[in-house]
Design a protein. Structure first.
Length: 148
């Protein structure tokens, strides 16, 4: 997105490299498991590929859905910090778009959203708001519907 020829936020969009195929396949299999087995399958997927951002995000989302916001907070925080590290290595300077239209960006965006939800659930309202603002700045089009 540009305005008068300038990139949004004055910074070019950041596009993360794709996750390894094997890790992505393992995560997809975990997501196909029935909900009762999904938590353990997601944990195995994250343990086998601890740099896979979406694995941490999915673990956090699953923990939130299961009513465990403390575990969700820990999983989301891991994905968030690993995601920020990956974004910086990709040239992100702390601002600018991280478009959800690019699938490899989904893990970091989902981690930020999950961290915000988990923070709100444990009463960390300021952090929840920071996450909401960051997510809106990273993906203003909200292509994944994470701001709703």
């Amino acid at each position: 997105m540009t305005t008068k020829g300038l990139p949004l936020h004055g910074a070019d969009a950041t596009y993360l490299d794709a996750e390894p195929d094997e890790a992505t396949a393992r995560l997809a299999e975990a997501m196909d498991d029935d909900p009762a087995a999904r938590a353990e399958a997601l944990r195995r997927a994250a343990a086998a590929a601890p740099t896979h951002l979406e694995a941490w995000a999915r673990l956090a989302e699953h923990a939130l859905d299961a009513g465990d916001p403390v575990a969700a907070y820990a999983f989301a925080r891991t994905g968030y910090h690993r995601g920020l590290d990956r974004l910086r290595k990709a040239g992100w300077g702390g601002q600018g778009p991280v478009p959800s239209s690019h699938a490899p960006n989904h893990g970091v965006l989902r981690s930020v959203a999950a961290l915000g939800r988990a923070a709100a659930a444990i009463g960390e309202d300021e952090e929840a708001e920071r996450c909401r603002v960051l997510l809106a700045e990273m993906d203003p089009d909200d292509g994944l519907g994470l701001l709703g």
